[in-house]
Design a binder for this molecule. Structure first.
Ligand SMILES: Cc1cc2nc3c(=O)[nH]c(=O)nc-3n(C[C@H](O)[C@H](O)[C@H](O)COP(=O)(O)OP(=O)(O)OC[C@H]3O[C@@H](n4cnc5c(N)ncnc54)[C@H](O)[C@@H]3O)c2cc1C
Length: 587
């Protein structure tokens, strides 16, 4: 046992064990409860292998083809409970980066990512294109001519290799990566302009995540950009992004249906453009239609008799028309709070109905403790967004709770008075079933929380009336009657009741058979509320091959759009180039 083994020595021993295929030597290098998180490099999947037996099995299946070599330590972590290091390596088809954490000289976590394909590297830095064509050329065609031609051809006389349905941040980030990889890509979006997804949300919305978390690929925000981007500014940024990165988008073009042809290995995708139905035939189809699926609109007795307005939160725009009116918000998560506060600011009388406990975390606390990797301090320590993304991804989901719990405990302690007041107001709180906070609730269910930017104080001091833990019985002509017999008067009811799962989009646009075959999107299979098992250890079906050939899901917050678009793009590029991409799935 080499209890003093340090990263460089470990990596050399690891390589030797792989070369000799020596199981005993290999298993001595990994702890029994070790984890290997791989983004494509070994598995052509986004997967975490748990335990040294499953790691060994994977290697046995994959080593001959992957042919890993040139393992090189790039930097060592500061000494701590574990000895860690960043390294680079090569496979037969690409180059990768990774990280390892050792405990007593044996590997606890191992992380490998494929970052580029050999022979298909992005042109950047030294290899960037010239742009200008110096000299004199008769009949010279300039950059704008080329752009015009490309626009006129793509989707008309030249089929895109990849079609992305949805041009929000997820679709745009992926298209930008594919563009750099020379994959002919077209985005279609139902809305008129890039960025409209943000613009059409309610007036007061600002990003809940700070600027360091939100950079898009290739084009970071300038360093004077505000910490919390207002939603229209975000919309404008995405529109500029699409233009600067020369993305090909058909806006005002809803996709209505898609079908896979197993014989031609092409999709047949119908879109509505300028009053005509156009059929596109891409080889790869990406649904970047938003991680929130179709809005949940609960059926409640008496809805038809209610005389006021009823809106789903996704249709709510502005509180101004409701000054002096009674407004009831059904739901108690992010949108519910933001909308309640907006209505209150506009002079409405607001009540919120909370059915189950909500995870609340103050935005300022989250900024202090929650995301140290995405902060000004991190930037000053030399951690840019890409590095931060890799550091965050180096911790497998299975062990994330042990990192998350102490953070939750700390902010519960710091904000104890605030939480006490919320509970005294009748608000039902949770910090996650296992006290792991928002860091786990987000990947598990993508909902169930409020990042407090002020509305909690309105609940504490009674400015927003709260009805919690009581079911709604029915709607009357002018209010909401609860099961305890009380009635909340209402001119407006907002259903802040969330969205259906993302694979609803597959059912809607392709078929329920395909949606069933693909299975749920998002969630880890943690067995906690709204994330039933079995344990998957990665977000289901996101950015990785699905059970439907050539169908991909791209979505999530800005950080995920940035980071995971690398891997979706490389998988699509590899398929376009005919590089073998056998997906390793543990039995
Ligand atoms: C109130 C609120 C606040 C949020 N705050 C944050 C935040 O601070 N930070 C953050 O990162 N995320 C935040 N989110 C989450 C946010 O929804 C996502 O980050 C973001 O919108 C996801 O981008 P996307 O590209 O995956 O999907 P979307 O932005 O939803 O884009 C999907 C696109 O698909 C298009 N589309 C759908 N169906 C079709 C079709 N059939 N044909 C053609 N086009 C179609 C839509 O028009 C839309 O443009 C917030 C969400 C809400 C509701």
């Amino acid at each position: 046992m080499h209890s003093d083994r340090q990263p460089a020595r470990w990596l050399a021993d690891f390589h030797a064990a792989m070369v000799s295929r020596d199981k005993v030597q290999f298993q001595a290098l990994f702890l029994d409860d070790s984890y290997w998180r791989d983004f494509l490099a070994f598995t052509w999947d986004i997967a975490t292998l748990e335990g040294h037996d499953s790691i060994w099995d994977m290697l046995l299946h994959r080593l001959d083809e992957v042919k890993p070599e040139n393992w090189r330590i790039e930097s060592e972590d500061k000494p701590g409970d574990t000895a860690g290091a960043w390294f680079s390596f090569e496979t037969a088809v690409g180059r990768g980066k990774g990280h390892l954490r050792l405990k007593d000289g044996r590997c606890w976590t191992f992380f490998t990512t494929l970052r580029e394909l050999k022979g298909h590297e992005e042109k950047r830095g030294e290899t960037r294109v010239a742009g200008a064509q110096h000299g004199v050329v008769k009949g010279r065609r300039v950059w704008q001519d080329g752009r015009n031609d490309a626009r006129a051809e793509l989707g008309i006389s030249k089929q895109p290799y990849c079609l992305i349905v949805g041009g929000g941040q997820g679709g745009l980030a992926l298209a930008a990566r594919l563009k750099q990889l020379d994959v002919p890509t077209l985005i279609v979006d139902a809305l008129p302009r890039p960025g409209d997804g943000w613009r059409r949300r309610y007036r007061s919305l600002c990003l809940h995540d700070p600027v360091w978390y939100d950079h898009m690929p290739y084009l970071p925000f300038p360093d004077h950009w505000p910490i919390y981007t207002p939603k229209d500014k975000m919309g404008d940024w995405l529109e500029a992004y699409a233009s600067i990165l020369e993305l090909d988008i058909w806006n005002s073009t809803p996709c209505t249906h898609a079908e896979w042809d197993d014989t031609t290995k092409r999709w047949s995708v119908e879109v509505e453009r300028d009053g005509r139905t156009i059929t596109l035939r891409p080889a790869q189809l990406v649904l970047a239609t938003g991680m929130s699926g179709v809005p949940n609109r609960p059926a409640i007795n008496g809805q038809e008799s209610f005389r006021g307005a009823q809106l789903h939160s996704s249709d709510y725009k502005d509180g101004a028309p409701y000054a002096g009116k009674n407004c009831v918000i059904i739901g108690a998560n992010n949108s519910a709070h933001d909308i309640a506060a907006d209505l209150w600011e506009n002079g409405a009388s607001v009540a919120m109905i909370q059915r189950s406990p909500t995870l609340v975390v103050k935005s300022s606390t989250l900024e202090r403790y929650g995301r140290p990797l995405y902060s000004q301090a991190a930037v000053e320590a030399g951690i840019d967004a890409d590095k931060a993304d890799l550091i965050a991804a180096s911790i497998p989901y299975r062990i994330l709770p042990q990192f998350a719990k102490p953070v939750v405990a700390r902010f519960r302690q710091d904000d104890a008075e605030f939480y006490g007041k919320l509970e005294a107001a009748g608000f039902m709180l949770t910090f996650g079933e296992d006290e792991t906070g928002i860091g786990l609730m987000y990947p598990r269910r993508g909902s169930g929380y409020y990042i407090d930017v002020g509305a909690s104080d309105l609940i504490i001091n009674g400015d927003i009336a709260l009805k919690s833990g009581v079911e709604i019985d029915h709607l009357s002509e002018d209010g909401v009657t609860m099961a305890d017999g009380t009635t909340l008067p209402a001119d407006l009811i907002v259903y802040a009741t969330g969205y259906g799962p993302m694979n609803d989009w597959a059912a809607l646009l392709i078929s329920s058979a395909v949606a069933d075959k693909v299975g749920p999107c998002w969630g880890l299979g943690s067995g906690t509320a709204k994330d039933s098992g079995p344990w998957e250890g990665e977000l289901r079906n996101m950015w990785k091959p699905t059970n439907q050939e050539a169908l991909w899901f791209q979505g999530g917050n800005l950080q995920q759009a940035r980071h995971f678009s690398i891997y979706t793009a490389l998988q699509i590029k590899a398929r376009m180039e005919g590089i073998a991409t056998p997906v390793y799935r543990a039995d």
